[in-house]
Design a protein around this ligand. Structure first.
Ligand code: FES
Ligand SMILES: [Fe+2]
Length: 456
């Protein structure tokens, strides 16, 4: 439970808020390179951290992320003309480069020095593999990009998808570090199928050989949680009974400010997780990744990631490519799904009686139905947290602590300036009961190039 003030502090990310200032210290994976593939293509409306922006790629291939309103009299730069190395506002013809710098001001006298004083608000960007990142923070020289493994590998090793979640970013983040819900919400009624991993239903279950971990997970439905603060965020271990002398540990990573990596399954695992990017305080852009650390994803794996399917429902961890509404030009409308609040996420009551625990059509709609039905910003003064919520409690403390330390003492978390702390993985391992899980799992959690460890 949080006080009303703590809940406000945790969830609000508008400019000038305590948490908004913390989140703005970090790079945001704002766009996929595929979304802005074309030089001089049409501009795209983007909304991030409650700010409306226009994204475009100029004739030289450089990306611009400019404030929506032209600095002259505020017309939207969405309608801008794509001209040589810049975007020209169609209202009075002012032209800006990708960093917002003035390029031309044709309705002012040539001798006017007005142009030297005016620039459009523009945010720096960096492109790496499948991601275009932006920095909306205060530094003139931004920190380095975080070394997240999904963004360091060649694009062929990685599958990325996006969807809009109609709830606050902390709600979605909390859903992913909560290992205990998956033994309920994401299960089918046929016990045997659960042990076999409901093959094809979850994005990271690519290998098919998932029996043992799923078996342990289904057998012990009240995991014991242990959590640890780290340089990058929080390390969360969910311990379940395995054999008489061993425990099954599912280890999830929370990386400041909004990244998660969830535990894998199988002997040659792929890894999955999310960046929970705040669009504004009521909407989240869920950027989901699945990657194999050693090799390109196969045709068959990509087919499953793109089209979902399986007994748990049509949708996996990733939304299928046909799960979206007809887009408009509104920000992120291309990622609004046909499974939504207005249609109860296509709830199937008959399936709830006969096939699936929830009746909801797959992994992410199951998560969304629960997270969005809490209201856009859940009133955390009303909750009753149990022992299985230890990871959530610690992640909130970490976020609130980091934001407050920045606001009151100007102290930044080490992760802002140390990209290498992000170079890690999640893990799922069976360890002797006597072992210290943090030490015994250390090598599995390292994102070592060229190495992949079996998961359970
Ligand atoms: S409002 Fe953009 S040039 Fe006048
Ligand atoms: Fe879930």
């Amino acid at each position: 439970m949080l006080s009303k003030e703590e809940n406000e502090l945790l969830t609000r990310i508008g400019a000038g808020t305590t948490m908004g200032d913390l989140v703005r210290q970090y790079w945001l994976p704002a766009l996929l390179t595929s979304e802005l593939a074309e030089a001089d293509g049409n501009p795209m409306r983007v909304r991030l951290l409650g700010e409306d922006l226009i994204a475009f790629r100029d004739s030289a291939g450089q990306v611009g992320l400019l404030a929506n309103n032209c600095p002259h009299r505020g017309a939207s730069l969405f309608f801008g003309r794509k001209e040589e190395r810049g975007l020209r506002c169609v209202y009075h013809g002012w032209k800006f480069g990708v960093e917002g710098q003035w390029l031309d001001m044709p309705n002012e006298a040539p001798e006017s020095n007005f142009k030297d004083k005016v620039r459009a608000k523009g945010y720096p960007w960096q492109q790496r593999n499948g991601g275009i990142w932006t920095y909306m923070g205060p530094r003139s020289t931004p920190p380095p990009l975080p070394d997240l493994e999904w963004n360091l590998l060649p694009e062929s090793h990685v599958y990325l998808s996006k969807r809009v979640a109609e709830s606050n970013w902390v709600q979605t983040l909390e859903g992913e570090i909560d290992s205990s819900h998956s033994g309920f919400l994401h299960t089918v009624l046929d016990e045997e199928a659960n042990y076999l991993g409901v093959q094809g239903a979850v994005g990271d279950r690519l290998t098919g050989n998932t029996a043992r971990g799923m078996y342990y997970k289904m057998k012990d439905r009240h995991p014991h949680f242990e959590v640890l603060d780290t340089d990058y965020g929080v390390l969360i271990g969910a311990r379940r009974a395995a054999e008489e002398d061993s425990f099954y540990w599912r280890i999830t990573q929370f990386l400041l400010p909004f990244h998660t990596v969830i535990p894998p399954y199988g002997p040659d695992p792929a890894f999955s997780g999310h960046a929970w990017i705040p669009i504004d305080e009521h909407h989240t852009l869920a950027l989901c990744f699945t990657y194999h650390p050693l090799r390109p994803l196969t045709e068959d794996e990509l087919r499953r990631l793109k089209y979902g399917g399986g007994r748990l429902g049509q949708q996996g961890l990733h939304p299928s490519v046909d799960a979206f509404q007809e887009p408009t030009s509104e920000p992120w409308s291309q990622y609004r799904s046909i499974y939504n609040k207005a249609n109860d996420y296509q709830m199937d009551w008959e399936a709830q009686r006969t096939v699936r625990y929830s009746g909801l059509p797959g992994v992410w709609p199951q998560d969304s139905a629960c997270q969005e039905s809490m209201g856009p910003i859940y009133d955390r003064t009303s909750e009753h947290l149990g022992t299985s919520d230890a990871g959530i409690i610690r992640a909130r403390r970490r976020l609130i602590g980091a934001a407050t330390a920045l606001r009151e003492r100007g102290i930044l978390p080490p992760s802002v300036d140390q990209p290498e702390v992000y170079n890690l993985r999640s893990a799922s391992v069976v360890l002797p009961r006597a072992d210290n899980w943090v030490e015994a799992s250390a090598e599995f959690r390292e994102a070592r190039p060229g190495v992949n460890f079996a998961a359970v």
